[in-house]
Design a protein around this ligand. Sequence first.
Ligand SMILES: *Cc1c(COP(=O)(O)O)cnc(C)c1O
Length: 392
Amino acid sequence: MPATGPDPIYLDHAATTPVREEVREAMAPFLGASFGNPSSTHRWGREARAALDAARERVARTLGARTDEICFTSGGTEADNMAVLGIWRAMRRKDRRACVSTPIEHKAVLGAVHQVEAEGGEVRLLDVGGEGTVRVESARDALRDDVGVCSVMWVNNETGVIQPVPEIAALAKAAGAIFHTDAVQAFGKVEIDASKQQFDVLSLSGHKICAPKGIGALFIRRGTPMEPLMHGGSQDRGRRPGTENVAAAVGLACAAELVVAEREREGERLRRLRDELERAILERVPDAVVHGRGAPRAPHILSVSIPGTESESLLMALDLKGVAASGGSACQSGSVSGSHVLKAMGVRSDLATAAVRMSLGCLTTDDCVRRVAEVFPALVAKARSMADTAAS
Ligand SMILES: *Cc1c(COP(=O)(O)O)cnc(C)c1O
């Protein structure tokens, strides 16, 4: 990072977020003198146990859940794997061997679904419309009485499109299937309340909400059948063995409370900034294509394709100007074939490989949006000339 020049602009909050000051402070004692193992019975252990229990209760409250319904994990990926594979393996015993999901899931869910298939499960992926919304009618067809688990994400991490989770959860319930939702990008953006809504299992990740990386949580409604993925100690009622990451759990609880308390205000602020950025880009680059524009979207994600460019060259040009964004998602940067999400939406392949995702969050200000809008047209021109040179 150059020592001089304007401050760099971080527009990749869907990939990860910085740890908040309040979170760091809440965690500090557990990285210091309060180092006990929550399973120990002496005073160090009791202190750690009390902190862990309190963190669990606080996370539960942010979800409208009961304390024993929260399981801490190493992040969103583990939570998704526990849900999809753990439930599928448990339901297989009841002769429900089918698994329903969507082609626009995060790789954490798609990878687990792939494993279900490898273990003999029948996988049915729901249809997705051009605006990036899963078609509820296709869920009606897929959710038959042989389905064990149905997993549909709440907010897509590439387009920000909000999925019809309550509708599909109701269909899954009617079919006797267990319904899981990856709410990693939804938590703190849409209203989530396990006491009113029908999902059975829900995944969270700390580092998307300003807690550290390597901590997440899985809400597991009481009575949900689920096999553990790991075997060992009896921590977390055997659902997830291993000594708990007390400091990170405390950090997650703190971040979860803050993000839920600030949801409406911060959502309005981000939506205004996102819409402003979108408007500025469309005004200056009129043939730009905004994905999911006609669908309900979470306020923090803008996915846009610039015809006649490759995402890599535009991202590089942005980076040189100090602007950090990403291609489809952080996990598939480097992939040349384009995003599986945009493909599933039926986006033309030349547009799918030209997609740039800008995601807003705590670091995004009016000034960031103004500066990106200013430099954008020249960078597009540069990326277009690079594509022309490559073609000739
Ligand atoms: C980031 C993300 C994950 C993975 O979470 P990790 O904590 O990084 O493992 C899963 N699903 C979605 C939608 C995400 O955005």
